[in-house]
Design a protein around this ligand. Structure first.
Ligand code: ATP
Ligand code: MG
Length: 684
């Protein structure tokens, strides 16, 4: 055995070692937070390569978020040397799907150069389709979008959705679904859910494609398995087939994506579909102090359990968990920021040792202001703010149009940005013309017939625009794609346009700088050293793939990860999955926030409890829970009730600050009895 892998294995406990060494059949590691599941996956990748002589090219490891994939890559990268990691896939499910689609475009019936629609683009398309019949509001569009996403995650195609529709609403949604799929195809575009759905349908229906991929991938490892949806599960099952050489690890108590179609039942299904499944449980937690672990265990015991798990730790008791009650949300943010400032010195910690977790991104706003006030460096993860900037949306639209001129959404966004004097009535006529002939707007600009419809000047302006884009496309094909993109931005003087439209020159300057950040990231992603261990999902990353990954937000999160400067981490509990920090602040422990109001209304408090469990178990040494007595909700200052989850934590381990009125003990006991009765009835 190679000395590296031997020493890695020696650092694991016997059960973990067993999970690493077991390669003869399907393997499930089912264990609580911080028990070393991800460590099993990373060590096993090294074991497969170094000990079993498997080519890294034949191994695919998938996980849930870009951040987690990035972290896994780092861990594996430190174990594999030189060429050992060449060709290894470590990615999210979505990136794996994207790679399959890219190499199977023809079999899937797509033309080269397809667009990836992000949820905002998808919504815009749905809005157009739905507004054709009647004026619809944002809620209706969201509901239909959610329903379509559910269908795709459950592998329900439009025909099936139509024939199984239970009521008029579903009938309607299914009809929109059918039109939506048709339009996406016409645009040569796919949405995020398609990244899983299309490969699954292809592998299911096309034996040759299936054989190709089974030859390519021999071993799969899946982290955070509890959050896979049906399509993702089928993707793993199809790829592995009879050979069933895979390892999946998960924790049913950390399933927090049911709202996005995750099916924790997949854990049970696995045992049914693979009777030879070897199940390994881990029980020692290597992350948190005894106090933090007890809090997590006690809280999650309030949920019914399919599998029993007990977690213990040898990390010592550690400090009590502090619960800090604040007057209002601003005081809460102020408190967290000022505490981090002083505690960094007291604990002789680094900024990066502190993480602040919250339920919703909106909670970060006040906190950001306070951190800025104290000049505390911080990193905000997961927010989409960068991509919702207008200049970034413009730049992305240009990039998308360059790789796929049939992308009408992108065309409409930038045909007049910067101003090209192409007015709405010209565009409307162009759109009618294109629709009648079933061609894209871009293609329609090249048609002679247009001259009968539009004034000469309008036709000229349109064709000047398409020639401009065609020219850039040619330069991209012939030479350095990034140079061509930079040249395009200069040539059309996007910067001047930003200056014309900004209220101050510094704002325009910053916006232009953002655009260059985007282009730089694109370049970096294309030039990644292919020899670089475990960093390549595909062997050649051309500009099309890079742009798609940009839409997937993959590249920018990569930048965020590479930026290892010392900063306080701000992230949602959802985004914190799999990560760990010495000092954790959990904000907003109030009813209607955690558990979230919607979850209380629809009866999914158990999922919120799992979310709180995920948050608590991120902490290694200290945990601070904060809440506010009053908070602005929909513009109104409302009184808040402390979260029920606080009552579910071991009272003796909590240290309260600023709690004026303690709850009447009798009332509390009654509530506890209710919970126990509820749990009993659930467990039958
Ligand atoms: P989560 O459920 O939160 O994803 P996990 O089960 O994936 O957690 P890891 O992240 O793999 O747990 O491990 C938690 C911590 O424990 C890490 O810091 C890891 O390095 C450490 N660790 C894992 N196994 C061992 C071990 N056998 N001995 C010492 N430390 C370990
Ligand atoms: Mg993990």
């Amino acid at each position: 055995m190679s000395p590296t892998i031997a020493s890695r294995l020696a650092g694991l406990n016997p059960r973990q070692q067993e999970a690493v060494r077991y390669i003869d059949g399907p393997c499930l590691v089912l264990a609580g937070a911080g028990s070393g599941k991800t460590s099993v996956i990373t060590t096993k990748i090294a074991y497969l390569v170094q000990e079993c002589g498997m080519s890294a090219r034949r191994i695919a490891a998938v996980t849930f978020t870009n951040k987690a994939a990035r972290e896994m890559k780092e861990r594996v990268g430190s174990m594999l040397k030189g060429k050992e990691g060449h060709g290894l896939t470590v990615s999210t499910f979505h990136t794996l799907g994207l790679n399959i689609i890219r190499s199977e475009l023809k079999a899937l019936g797509y033309r080269p150069g397809f667009s990836l629609f992000d949820p905002e683009d998808a919504k815009a398309l749905l809005r157009d389709l739905m507004n054709k019949d009647a004026q619809v509001d944002a809620d209706q569009i969201n509901a239909v979008q959610h329903q379509i996403s559910q269908w795709k995650n459950d592998l329900v195609l439009p025909g099936q959705a139509l024939s199984h529709a239970a009521d008029d609403d579903e009938q309607y949604a299914a009809r929109v679904y059918e039109a939506y799929v048709r339009h996406l195809k016409a645009y040569n575009a796919v949405d995020f859910d398609d990244l899983i759905l299309l490969p699954v349908v292809l592998l299911r229906d096309d034996p040759e494609a299936l054989a190709r991929w089974r030859r390519k991938i021999h071993y799969m490892l899946v982290d955070e398995y509890q959050d896979t949806n049906i399509s993702q599960y089928l993707l793993v099952r199809l790829l592995m087939g009879e050979r069933s050489t895979f390892t999946v690890v998960g924790d049913d108590d950390q399933s927090i994506y049911a709202w996005r179609g995750a099916r924790p039942e997949n854990l049970v299904t696995l045992g049914e579909d693979f009777p030879r499944l070897k199940v390994i449980k881990l029980e020692q937690n290597y992350r948190s102090t005894g106090t933090i672990l007890r809090a997590a265990n006690t809280l999650i015991a309030n949920n019914p359990h399919v599998y029993d798990k007990t977690l213990w730790s040898e990390m010592g008791e550690g400090a009590a968990i502090r619960v800090v009650v604040n007057r209002h949300e601003e005081a809460e943010a102020e408190r967290v920021a000022s505490e981090i400032l002083t505690r960094r010195i007291k604990e002789s910690a680094e900024w990066r040792d502190f993480a602040v977790l919250y339920r919703g991104n909106f909670q970060a706003r006040l906190l950001e202001l306070k951190l800025q006030h104290y000049q505390i460096p911080y990193k905000l993860s997961g927010g989409t703010s960068f991509f919702s900037r207008n200049e970034i949306k413009d730049a992305m639209a240009y990039l998308r149009l360059l790789i796929n001129p049939a992308d009408d959404n992108a065309f409409l966004r930038i045909v007049n940005v910067p101003r090209r004097e192409i007015g709405p009535s010209t565009l409307e006529k162009l759109a009618n013309y294109a629709t009648e002939r079933n061609i894209s707007l871009f293609a329609a600009c090249h048609e002679l017939g247009l001259e009968q419809l539009l004034p000469v000047r309008a036709v000229e302006r349109l064709s000047r625009f398409t020639h401009f884009i065609d020219g850039v496309r040619r330069r991209m094909d012939q030479g350095d794609a990034i140079d061509a993109i930079r040249g395009m931005l200069h040539e059309m003087d996007y910067e001047a346009w930003l200056y014309q439209n900004a209220s101050a020159p510094t704002i325009a300057e910053r916006r232009m700088a953002n655009v260059w950040v985007l282009v730089d990231q694109l370049e970096k992603s294309m030039n990644r050293d292919p020899e670089d261990t475990a960093s390549t999902e595909t062997e050649t990353d051309d500009v099309e793939a890079a742009i798609s990954r940009l839409v997937l937000r993959d590249i920018l999160e990569q930048q965020a990860e590479e930026d290892d400067s010392d900063r306080v981490q701000l992230l949602t509990m959802h985004a914190s999955k799999g990560l760990e920090f010495p000092h954790v602040y959990l904000m907003g422990l109030e009813e209607e926030l955690l558990p979230h109001r919607n979850a209380i209304e629809v009866g999914t408090v158990e999922e919120e409890r799992r979310l709180a469990y995920v948050g608590i178990t991120r902490a290694r040494r200290t945990l601070t829970l904060t809440l506010a007595r009053q908070r602005k909700t929909y513009g109104e200052l409302m009184d808040c009730t402390p979260s029920r989850f606080l009552d579910e934590l071991p009272e003796g381990d909590l240290e309260w600050e600023g709690r004026a009125d303690r709850e009447d003990p009798e009332k509390k006991q009654a509530r506890g009895q209710d919970a126990i009765a509820g749990l009993r009835s659930l467990l039958g």
